[in-house]
Ligand binder design. Structure first.
Ligand code: PMP
Length: 357
């Protein structure tokens, strides 16, 4: 007889919850989890392999707990005069967010995000025993400084998530809104810039707001623009004191020597690794334009995906595309679906399949 979760002494606050579960189906065109469809360039892959081979020779020893070379690399990449004392990294930005919640949320505390937003925020919050509170967005999923500040002021959460640009909607977020939320709160304000590299080049990062704001965190990932999702590397910048708080909750040696070597080598090739960003943005804009021509209503996106409305029956459309070998995402918003901008061929395959339905 098989045992179910109900038979186990599971924490009460985890009962009835469902785990993160984007389908991982082996379809020819996978545009469902906002990955980068372009592989790492061959010469960069060779250099990463050299770095891993080198690290392997010392693999009998624990890795550098402070991952200094990697932090140096991220400080250089982010610029703005950042020092490695202001940098943290972990196994994906999901783990970065988890570290922040472990240190600043937890039992009796609250975390807050403006829904619809990244589905892991509530799950990561619940994992630390804190309560998640969902705020709201305006028309077209935008967020004005005054509205955002008023919602945060009313709740006074311990941790606030600002996804910039927002997943799953692609919506841009202004620096003014970030400043207003920071000023209205006393908690930790996380700006999740997982998709920042796909925003217009002239757009300033929230990294430019860090100076003098000791409760502000800017989180990034190598999973999207860097085409490094399988390596699991996320990072963040904040005040050195905030970074110290994360040392209280991380597991010892949480970043393996192989991860550190791979990411450090990849960062040395940042321009080549990011070489496909502009091409992805071209496909994103082509997808939006074609969706409009087909009678759908794409939302403005500064990321590598497009959320589009005007879908009568999202589950049926999702299944029809699935049957044609194309995997996109039903994020549960009424009459919408979300598609990642892939290579030109993948994007064409998606658009032609959709047009044929
Ligand atoms: N933040 C946002 C907004 C995301 O969409 C994702 C991944 N889909 C993440 C964080 C986490 O990505 P990773 O753990 O691969 O860095």
């Amino acid at each position: 007889m098989s045992v179910s979760l109900d038979d186990l002494p599971l924490r009460d606050d985890l009962r009835g919850k469902t785990p993160y579960g984007a389908p991982q189906a082996p379809l020819p065109v996978a545009l469902n989890v906002n990955e980068n469809s372009h592989p790492v360039p061959e010469d960069v892959a060779d250099d990463i392999l050299d770095g891993i081979a080198h690290a392997l020779r010392d693999i009998n020893r624990y890795p550098d707990r402070e991952f200094s070379a990697l932090r140096e690399g991220f400080a250089d990449y982010l610029g703005e005069g950042l020092q490695q004392e202001q940098i943290w990294a972990a196994n994906g930005s999901n783990e970065v967010l988890q570290h922040i919640l472990q240190a600043f949320a937890g039992p009796g505390r609250t975390a807050f995000g403006f829904g619809p937003t990244y589905s892991m925020y509530p799950l990561l919050t619940a994992g630390t025993g804190a309560r998640y509170i969902a705020g709201t967005r305006g028309d077209d999923f935008t967020l004005s400084p005054s509205d955002a500040a008023a919602q945060v002021d009313a709740v006074q959460p311990d941790v606030i998530f600002l996804c910039s640009p927002n997943n799953p909607t692609g919506t841009p977020l202004s620096l003014e809104t970030i400043e207003a939320v920071y000023d209205a709160s006393h908690g930790i304000v996380i700006v999740d810039e997982a998709y920042f590299e796909f925003a217009p080049h002239e757009q300033a990062s929230a990294v430019t707001l860090l100076q003098g704001r000791e409760r502000l965190v800017v989180s990034r990932t190598m999973s999207k623009a860097f085409a490094f999702a399988g390596a699991r590397v996320g990072y963040m910048a904040a005040d050195p004191a905030l970074i110290d708080a994360l040392r209280l909750v991380r597991l010892p040696y949480h970043l393996s020597a192989l991860t550190q070597a791979a990411a450090t080598a990849a960062l040395r090739h940042a321009p080549a690794m990011l070489g496909m960003v502009d091409e992805i943005v071209v496909q994103r804009d082509r997808i939006s334009a074609t969706l409009s021509a087909l009678g759908y209503t794409p939302y403005e996106s500064w990321s590598n995906f497009v959320l589009f409305g005007g879908v009568d029956d999202p589950a049926a459309t999702w299944k029809a595309l699935y049957d044609r070998g194309i995997l996109i995402r039903d994020v549960g918003l009424p009459h919408t679906l979300r598609v990642t901008a892939g290579t030109e061929e993948e994007s064409t395959a998606f658009l032609e399949a959709l047009a044929s339905l």
